[in-house]
Design a protein around this ligand. Structure first.
Ligand code: FMN
Length: 400
C-alpha cells in the first residue's frame, strides 16, 4: 500500500498528534533492531552531490526536519536514517512543560496544511541534554530553544541563557525561537531591542562556557518587511550565524478548510505558507548578501519548492508539514529530485547554486500554486532544470 493510500484510508482518521507519536515510537523501535539503521542509511542515503558545508558542519543533504518534528530528542537518528540531512530538535525549554490542553494539532486536508497550538510540550533542557550526551549516530542535530511558559517575558533572557548553557555545547547549532504564536508574549521578542539583549546575553553565556556553537534566530512570517530588514541588520551587527525563516503563521486568509476547524488560535503551516516563506527568504537574501546562513522553512512540499528555495538563497531547508503529508519516503524523494536538478543545470555541488536564482533562467517563477484538493503530490516528477550560469560561493563558516 502506498503512503498516500495509507494516509487516505487510515492515518487521517487517527488524531494528528497520536499519529505523530506512533510514527516516532515505531521508528525508534525499528532502528533499534540490529542492522536496520545501517540498511536504511544505505538505501535512503542522499547522493554525495547534495552534501553542503554550512555552520562549520558538513550536512549530507540540505533538507532537515524542522523544529517540532522531534521535540524531545527521541528519534533524530531515525529521521537521519530516512534521508534528512539534519534534525532541529525542540523547541525545548529550561523547565519541562506539558504544553496546551485539548486537541492542539489539526490537519487541514483541503489546504494541505496543519494548525498547531501545542505550546512547546517538552521534557526540558536537562533531560534533552542527557539524551544528546549519549547520542551514538552521526546525524547533524541542531537544538531549538524557547521560553518556558511559567517564566514571564521580562525574565525570558535568563531562561534562554539557562537552556543555552545546558544544551549549547551538545548541539551542532543552536536556534533561539522567538516566533511561536503559541507561547504568550513570545513574538514580541522579535522587536530589535529585546532581541539585541537576548542574543548578546546568550552569546555571552556560550562564550563563558567555551562553546563555539553557531547561533541562529528563528523568525515568523507575519513580520512586516521593515521588521525583517531590521532583524537581518541586527543579525549581521551581532554576528549571528544564520536565520531560520519561517515559523507558522497566524494568518487565516485564503484557507478553504471548514471554518470550525480554524477557531481556538494556533499557527498554520504547510502550503498556505509557501508564498510568504519564499518572500521572506528572498528579502533576507537580498539584505544579507551571503553573510549569514539562511535556513528556509514553510510550505516545502515538492522538489520544485526545495530547489526554488536553494536558488533563492537558502543553504539549508527544513520541513514539517510536507513530511506529514508525504510520508517516510518523502525526504528520499526530495533528495533524489534535488540531485537530478543539480546535475541538469550543470552544478557539481549545491553550494554552486545557492542564491543563483537570477543566473538560472526561469528560477524566479515562484512556487507552484496549483491546489490538489487535499491530494498529496507524491509523483516527484522531474522537471527540467535550466542551465547554471554563475557558480561557487562559500556558505557560512567553513567545515570544522
Ligand atoms: C505540529 C507542529 C509543531 C511545531 N512545533 C514547533 C516547535 O516546537 N518549534 C519550532 O520552532 N517550530 C515548530 N513548528 C513549526 C515548524 O518548525 C515550521 O517552522 C513550520 O511548520 C513551517 O514549516 P512547514 O510548512 O514545512 O510545516 C511546528 C509545526 C507543526 C506543524
Amino acid at each position: 500500500m502506498t503512503y498516500e493510500r495509507l494516509f487516505r484510508t487510515v492515518l487521517r482518521r487517527i488524531p494528528a498528534e497520536t499519529a505523530h507519536t506512533l510514527a516516532a515510537q515505531s521508528s525508534r523501535l525499528a532502528i533499534a533492531i540490529p542492522g536496520v539503521r545501517t540498511w536504511l542509511r544505505r538505501a535512503l542515503r542522499p547522493e554525495d552531490s547534495l552534501q553542503i558545508t554550512a555552520l562549520g558542519r558538513a550536512f549530507p543533504s540540505p533538507l532537515g526536519a524542522a523544529g517540532g518534528v522531534d521535540k524531545g530528542a527521541t528519534w533524530f537518528e531515525a529521521l537521519g536514517a530516512i534521508g534528512f540531512g539534519f534534525v532541529e530538535v525542540g523547541t525545548i525549554t529550561a523547565h519541562k512543560q506539558r504544553g496546551n490542553h485539548g486537541q492542539r494539532v489539526l490537519r487541514l486536508l483541503k489546504d494541505r496544511a496543519v494548525l498547531n497550538r501545542m505550546g512547546f510540550p517538552n521534557p526540558g533542557t536537562q533531560k534533552v541534554a542527557r539524551r544528546l550526551r549519549s547520542r551514538s549516530g552521526d546525524t547533524v542535530v541542531g537544538v531549538n530553544i524557547g521560553k518556558s511558559k511559567a517564566i514571564p517575558v521580562e525574565e525570558a533572557v535568563a531562561d534562554y541563557r539557562a537552556s543555552a548553557r545546558r544544551v549549547g555545547p551538545l548541539a551542532d547549532y543552536l536556534v533561539l525561537n522567538v516566533s511561536s504564536p503559541n507561547t504568550p508574549g513570545l513574538v514580541s521578542m522579535q522587536a530589535v531591542e529585546p532581541l539585541r539583549s537576548l542574543v548578546t546575553e546568550v552569546q555571552a553565556e556560550l562564550e563563558s562556557i567555551g562553546a563555539d556553537t553557531p547561533l541562529l534566530l528563528k523568525i515568523g512570517p507575519d513580520l512586516s518587511d521593515g521588521e525583517i530588514d531590521a532583524i537581518a541588520d541586527l543579525a549581521l551587527e551581532l554576528k549571528l550565524d544564520g536565520i531560520v525563516a519561517t515559523n507558522t503563521t497566524a494568518d487565516r486568509d485564503g484557507l478553504v478548510s471548514d471554518p470550525s476547524l480554524l477557531t481556538g488560535g494556533g499557527g498554520i503551516s504547510g502550503a498556505p505558507l509557501k508564498v510568504r516563506a519564499l518572500e521572506v527568504l528572498r528579502r533576507l537574501h537580498d539584505r544579507v548578501e551571503g553573510r549569514l546562513v539562511l535556513i528556509s522553512v514553510g510550505g516545502i512540499e515538492t522538489p520544485e519548492d526545495a530547489w526554488g528555495r536553494i536558488l533563492a538563497g537558502a543553504s539549508l531547508l527544513q520541513a514539517y508539514t510536507g513530511f506529514v503529508y508525504g510520508g517516510p519516503l518523502w525526504p528520499f524523494r526530495i533528495n533524489r529530485e534535488l540531485a537530478q536538478r543539480l546535475h541538469a543545470c550543470g552544478g557539481s555541488t549545491l553550494a554552486d547554486v545557492v542564491g543563483k536564482g537570477s543566473d538560472i533562467s526561469g528560477a524566479r517563477d515562484g512556487p507552484r500554486s496549483d491546489h490538489m484538493d487535499g491530494q498529496v503530490d507524491t509523483s516527484g516528477a522531474t522537471q527540467r532544470a535550466p542551465a547554471l550560469v554563475g557558480a561557487n560561493r562559500p556558505v557560512g563558516r567553513s567545515a570544522a
